[in-house]
Design a protein around this ligand. Structure first.
Ligand code: AMP
Length: 114
């Protein structure tokens, strides 16, 4: 999959499509999934243009990879789902069901977020 800068998350990152941003730092933004599949369902989206996890691991610095996953943990803490438990999902490739070709981590929890 090649990077298409017309994908919906690229448009959200450029401010062309509105979203309810719940977290932002220098590496990522996070916002609720528009079609939630759990009581809490938030997407953490890196600011840089990686198609998927493979692209990230092949092209990002160790510092950026750490920054992205540290942000995922911070968002989970902000949502107050650490104690209840949560799932992290990254669909990698069309064959795995990846719909949006811009890397994102799904945070899902059966606990409604704070
Ligand atoms: P994936 O199948 O892993 O690529 O997941 C893409 C996710 O993006 C799906 O769960 C969609 O519901 C979600 N999604 C698509 N458009 C938007 C949007 N504008 N705002 C929030 N979530 C979205």
């Amino acid at each position: 999959m090649s990077y298409d800068n017309q994908n919906v998350f690229a448009k959200i990152l450029r401010g062309e499509i509105p979203t309810n941003k719940i977290y932002e730092d220098s590496y990522v933004i996070a916002f609720p999934d528009i079609h939630p599949k759990a009581a809490t369902h938030v997407l953490v989206v890196p600011k840089n243009a990686y198609v998927d996890f493979n692209d990230l691991m092949e092209n990002a610095s160790a510092e950026e990879i750490k920054g992205i996953f540290a942000a995922v943990k911070k968002v989970a803490a902000q949502l107050d789902v650490i104690d209840a438990g949560y799932r992290l999902v990254m669909n990698v490739g069309v064959g795995a069901g990846q719909e949006v070709p811009h890397l994102h981590v799904h945070i899902l929890s059966n606990k409604e977020s704070a």
